[in-house]
Ligand binder design. Structure first.
Ligand code: AMP
Ligand code: GLY
Length: 436
């Protein structure tokens, strides 16, 4: 197939690498980045957020399938335009993508579909924020109601900080004040054709900037998959997946379909497992699964570990979703071998990343056994043969697989040890809890 992937992050690079592994495809990326250039033809001049331009390009170049990576093109209506022209596209239309873009819309859909989630109050003024903060109590959770690249959320014991965070967004519109939910988090991805869903293997993301879950929320600093502790709570990973499919994914997909806005793409369920906690015999009976957020796209960096383990052809899965034939597809299969990813971030990320610095040692890192790299914010060298340059906050993902989490961790951190980026930082505790 001729496949166009929109986006420029490590998620998109991971998608392209999974497609490349299958062999036999012609791959294109818009805009892509310096690392993606080794695995796909870049179309840097194509504006991925311009519905008309993407549709023209896909039509002129006989693209068989467009895969939309980030949320911005979804919100801009790129999928709607492609679908209108009859071009297969993996990614929801603008209306269904509001599941991610508008936390208030997501809450309404969950209410209508009877999907379990925490309490939330919409607050448009300082007085309303004050009242809601007092009603829920500490720890305080405040979210911007719109796209904030994972940085619109604050979770804090500090009431003044929660209020200040809310005030920084109030000019732009209401914020959500939420009930604090406590428990392990799971990212579970569902491929949907608007009617049928197929779950991928669960992953866990590390949202905070620093070790021990300290520091501010980020887009994600690392991830691992599978989650061996799910079997302790639910009997098996499959039992967990079946429960989330029945309690969360199917009701939401049905609700969106009933409202005339079918969701064709990747439904990312960000879940928190509340209650329980101890090893259970009742197979998750006293664990509640609550939704903290939905995204309308693959997660970054969870995609890097989920796709590293995917054995079924990704192109087939996404094409079936795009063309409404997912029902005929078998459940995707995954390697039992663990995968972990560690994100290398620029100095100052997430507050004010310092960019434009050379990155050395990538070849040595990539040749570490069991390791591959997915590039995010990298640009070509200033001069031929020079080093790549960092261009943003999350620079790249190091992905490692191994027979055990301990081995995957050893490999990932050995590879990171080969890379030099002045001021660069990464977490040292990714998947430490599950490594023997
Ligand atoms: P979100 O962008 O909604 O996924 O929030 C980012 C992160 O903030 C989540 O992954 C959680 O770690 C945390 N978070 C968000 N909402 C809550 C909540 N209601 N209770 C506890 N933690 C939360
Ligand atoms: N890793 C979190 C996200 O993709 O939103």
């Amino acid at each position: 197939m001729r496949i166009l992937v929109l986006g420029s992050g490590a998620r998109e690079h991971a998608i392209l690498l999974a497609l490349k592994r299958e062999g036999g495809h012609e791959l294109f990326a818009a805009p892509g980045n310096a690392g993606i250039a080794a695995d796909a033809t870049l179309v840097p001049r194509l504006d991925a957020n311009d519905p008309g331009a993407v549709t023209e390009y896909a039509n002129d170049e006989d693209i068989d399938l467009v895969i939309i990576g980030p949320e911005a093109p979804l919100v801009a209506g790129v999928a709607d335009a492609l679908r209108e022209r009859g071009i297969p596209v993996f990614g929801p239309g603008r209306a269904a993508a509001a599941l991610e873009g508008s936390k208030a819309f997501a809450k309404r859909i969950m209410d209508a579909a009877g999907v379990p989630t925490g309490g939330a109050t919409r607050a448009a003024t300082r007085a309303e924020v004050d009242a809601a903060l007092d009603a829920y109590g500490a720890p305080y959770v405040v979210k911007a109601d719109g796209l904030a690249a994972g940085k619109g959320v604050i979770v804090t014991e500090d009431r003044a900080a929660a209020l200040a965070h809310a005030e920084s967004f109030l000019d732009a519109g209401p914020v959500l004040v939420e009930e604090f939910l406590s428990g392990p988090e799971v990212s579970l991805f569902f491929v949907s054709d608007g009617d049928t869903v197929r779950a991928l293997s669960p992953a866990q993301d590390f949202k905070r900037a620093h070790d021990g879950d300290a520091g501010p929320n980020t887009g994600g600093m690392g991830a691992y998959s599978p989650l061996p502790w799910l079997a302790d709570r639910f009997g098996s990973e499959r039992a967990f997946i079946e429960r989330v499919t029945a309690e969360v994914a199917e009701p939401v997909i049905r609700q969106l379909d009933a409202e005339g806005t079918p969701f064709i793409g990747l439904l990312y369920a960000g879940l928190i497992l509340t209650g329980g906690g101890a090893r259970l015999t009742g197979e998750g009976a006293d664990t509640e699964i609550k939704v903290i957020e939905f995204n309308a796209r693959f997660g970054d960096p969870e995609t890097q570990v989920v796709l590293a383990r995917l054995e079924s052809p990704l192109s087939r899965l996404l094409m079936s979703a795009a063309s409404g034939t997912l029902e005929d597809e078998p459940e995707p299969t995954f390697s039992p071998a663990p995968a972990i990813t560690v994100v290398l971030a620029s100095e100052g990320y997430p507050e004010s990343p310092v960019t434009g610095r050379p990155i050395e040692g990538l070849r040595a890192a990539a040749s570490t056994a069991g390791v591959h790299l997915a590039h995010a914010a990298t640009a070509g060298p200033d001069a031929p043969g020079g080093d790549l340059i960092s261009t943003g906050g999350r620079v790249l993902s190091v992905i490692a697989t191994g027979e055990t989490f301990a081995l995957a961790r050893e490999r990932a951190y050995a590879a990171l040890g080969e890379i030099t980026l002045e001021g660069g930082h990464y977490r040292r505790d990714i998947a430490a809890r599950v490594a023997d």
